[in-house]
Each structure stands twice: as structure tokens, then as C-alpha cells.
Design a protein around this ligand. Structure first.
Ligand SMILES: Cc1ncc(COP(=O)(O)O)c(C=O)c1O
Length: 406
């Protein structure tokens, strides 16, 4: 018997191993939730009322909440159209399809990002080209982007990492010079501003994500902003199986997807968006408290609170550990004290699924990799308390001291 099969057999539920085993499987072991979670949604009675009200209507999909949520998103960003979709990843997929990006095309992306950005490019049979990041903003470095442009490049997928806006004026100039599309990935950056304009209002299309760890949530969900009504119409058709807006339900004008967002999710998103000013202020205050508390830990690099020309929309609070300290050990020490933490982000190129990727831009990105080795996301959410932040600070300080002693 080969060892792989052995392994799989050993992992079968006890119920199937022998006749004398109990006939009812034991309940699955669920890991105890950490006392200080990494993220936590902020749901008030207003959201609960809005979602409950939807349940009292016959409209659970394609109703007034979708229309209102989309209108509010578009107005907040001063763009003509927003198209709500089932996730940020679905939004990226549709954005690429809408711009006609496909086989043989290259799209420049950061490797220091959530893997969905590269997966979506592969989904349309195009090739991600990974480019180096700026060490301060952690966003695409415009000089590296310029070097990565080839005759096959069709678009820049610009991620506003951790809610810090990318250097849009320089990136837009590069895109103009080489006739490239810009897709903004603002999944982590709703409410961020660059030179007085909101993230998401620069690109040909811009994508948002509303997973529960985001500044505002719809449970699962996302949206694509479009400045061109032709793109908006195409997005609406693609998210709904390729239906035309004016035709009958079963009139399909192209091949599409079910990337719709339910009325329940839209109601949740509409109320969350109406609270965004308060939400972003709470998150900024939490970031400022961490800044004051963590300054005392020698060798720990903190994220900048202020950056020129930018307003940060605080998505996560990511510190950089001293190089000599083992991050896994720090995370384990925090976990022992009930404190969650996250490796934001392992470079996409180093993910097991991507190690054998041989497309352009596959070369090692030294800066990305050296930064990514020591980044650590700490618990961060709207209602994190001062005492929780003090607890995290004490635990982190001790874990770093212990790590240094080794
Ligand atoms: C930058 C970025 N892009 C895309 C996504 C994908 O969004 P979703 O999880 O809603 O599919 C995420 C999610 O965390 C993200 O951070």
C-alpha cells in the first residue's frame, strides 16, 4: 500500500473504520475562538433591522436594496455606476472579461497581495506578471511596473494594499503612455483617498470586496465601479448569466455567470456604507492607539500613520518584526495567549499552487520576499478596546524578547 493511500485511510472518519465503531460520528472538533480575534464585523441594530425587513418582503434577489446599495456606492465614489457582485474575486473576474482581457495578454500585478488577484487573471487565460513593490506603501512600484511592460501587456491591476492608496498619478501616466487599462483593486481600501479622490475612482474599472474582515461587509460580496456606461451594462449582463437588461429572464445574449448579490446582503451593505465615516474614524483611532503602544518595542517597524497625498482607510494593522525573530514562534506565542495574528501576505509567487508558475515576471522579487518574511497582522477591528490592544502589545513585546534570546 503506498504511503499516500495510507495517509488518506488514516484520515477517514472513525465511523467508517470498522463495524464495532459507534454509528454516530463525533461532532467535528472546532478550534476555540481566540479571545482577541484578528478581525470582527461591526453589526448594529440598524443592520439587523434592515436585513430583517428584507425577509418580510417577497424580494430576496434583484429588488430595491440592490438598486439602493449600488446607487449609494456610486455616489460615495462620484462615479456613474456601481455593479454589486457576489465577491471581490467575482468582481475581478468580471472586470477582466469586460475589458476583453484574455489569452495571450499580460496583466501586471503585485506578488505581495491576496491570491485572488492572480487567480482572476488566470481565470480569463491571461498571464499575471508580478512586479516589485514600494517598501513604504507596499503597493506596486511605478518604476518596476514600467520595467515589466511588454508588447503583450494589456492592463495594470493596481491593488491599494492594506487601505493605502497606490501612486495613481504615476501609474496612470504609465498606462496612458503604453495604452493600458487600469483595474483598481480597492477590496482593502474603501474610503481611502489619493490627492483628494477616493480609491476606486481612478481606474477604467475598480473592484471592492465586502468579506467580513473588510471595513464594511455584506457577509460575502463585492462590487465593480464603472465610469463608462457600456462597461456597466456589460458587467450587469455577465453577473446575471449573460441576460440583457431589457429582455425576458430567459433571454441570454452572451455567456455569463451567477455572480448576483442577494437583497439581504445589499441591505447589510447599504447600512454599513451609511456608517462608513464612523467606521473609518474608529479604525483610525485604533491604529493611532497601536502606534502609541507599540512604539516602545525595539526593532518593531510600525505602519506609517500619515503618508503624503493620501488618506489611509485602515483595513489591517500590519507590523514588521525584527529580522532575527522567528515569525512562526511569535504567532505561536500570541496564540497561546488567545491572540490571533496573520501572515499578511505570503507572496503569491511562493504559494504552493504558484511555485511552478513560469510566466513572465516569475523571477524572484527580492524586496517583496524580504518584506513579506517579517510582516505580521495584529488583531484589528472597529471595536477593539484599549485593554485588548494593551494585551496584544504586552504579548508581542514578550514574544519578540523571547525570540531574540534564541
Ligand atoms: C486585495 C484583494 N483582492 C481581492 C480579494 C478577494 O475578495 P473576496 O474574498 O471577496 O473574493 C481580497 C479579499 O480579501 C483582497 O484583499
Amino acid at each position: 500500500m503506498n504511503s499516500d493511500l495510507n495517509l488518506r485511510q488514516n484520515s477517514l472518519p472513525r465511523l467508517f473504520i470498522g463495524a464495532d465503531q459507534p454509528k454516530v460520528a463525533a461532532p467535528p472538533q472546532v478550534a476555540a475562538a481566540p479571545q482577541v480575534p484578528l478581525s470582527s464585523p461591526d453589526i448594529t441594530e440598524a443592520e439587523i433591522d434592515a436585513v430583517t425587513a428584507v425577509l418580510r418582503t417577497p424580494h430576496l434577489s434583484f429588488g430595491p436594496e440592490l438598486r439602493d446599495f449600488e446607487a449609494a456606492l456610486a455616489a460615495y465614489h462620484s462615479v456613474p455606476d456601481a455593479v454589486a457582485v457576489s465577491s471581490g474575486t467575482a468582481g475581478l473576474h468580471l472586470a477582466l472579461l469586460t475589458l476583453g482581457i484574455g489569452e495571450g495578454d499580460e496583466v501586471i500585478v503585485p506578488s505581495f497581495a491576496f491570491v485572488a488577484v492572480a487567480n482572476a487573471i488566470l481565470q480569463v487565460c491571461a498571464m499575471p506578471v508580478f512586479a516589485e513593490i514600494d517598501p513604504v506603501t507596499l503597493n506596486l512600484d511605478p518604476a518596476a511596473v514600467e520595467r515589466a511592460v511588454s508588447p503583450r501587456t494589456r492592463a495594470l491591476l493596481v491593488v491599494h494594499t492594506f487601505g493605502v492608496p497606490a501612486e495613481m498619478d504615476t501609474l496612470q501616466a504609465i498606462a496612458r503612455r503604453h495604452s493600458l487599462f487600469i483595474i483598481e483593486d480597492a477590496c482593502e481600501a474603501i474610503g481611502a483617498e489619493y490627492q483628494g479622490k477616493r480609491a476606486g475612482s481612478f481606474g477604467d474599472l475598480a473592484v471592492f470586496g465586502f468579506y467580513p474582515n473588510k471595513q464594511i461587509t455584506t457577509g460575502e460580496g463585492g462590487a465593480v465601479l464603472a465610469r463608462d456606461p457600456v462597461y456597466a451594462k456589460h458587467l450587469r449582463s455577465l453577473r446575471n448569466q449573460g441576460r440583457s437588461e431589457i429582455g425576458e429572464w430567459l433571454d441570454l445574449v452572451e455567456t455569463g455567470y451567477n455572480y448576483r448579490l442577494s437583497e439581504l446582503a445589499c441591505a447589510l451593505g447599504r447600512v454599513q456604507l451609511s456608517r462608513i465615516g464612523e467606521i473609518l474614524a474608529l479604525r483610525r483611532a485604533s491604529a493611532e492607539r497601536y502606534d502609541a503602544l507599540l512604539k516602545g518595542i525595539a526593532g518593531l517597524e510600525l505602519p506609517p500613520l500619515i503618508l503624503p497625498h493620501r488618506i489611509i482607510s485602515w483595513f489591517v494593522y500590519v507590523v514588521r518584526l525584527p529580522e532575527e525573530v522567528d515569525r512562526d514562534q511569535v504567532q505561536a506565542a500570541l496564540a497561546r495567549r488567545g491572540i490571533a495574528s496573520g501572515r499578511y501576505f505570503d507572496p503569491i509567487r511562493l504559494q504552493p499552487a504558484w511555485r511552478t508558475y513560469s510566466g513572465a515576471g516569475a523571477a524572484t522579487l527580492h524586496l517583496t520576499e524580504s518584506i513579506a518574511r517579517c510582516t505580521l497582522a495584529l488583531p484589528f477591528f472597529n471595536r477593539i478596546t484599549m485593554s485588548q490592544q494593551e494585551e496584544v502589545t504586552a504579548a508581542l513585546g514578550e514574544a519578540i524578547d523571547t525570540g531574540r534570546a534564541f
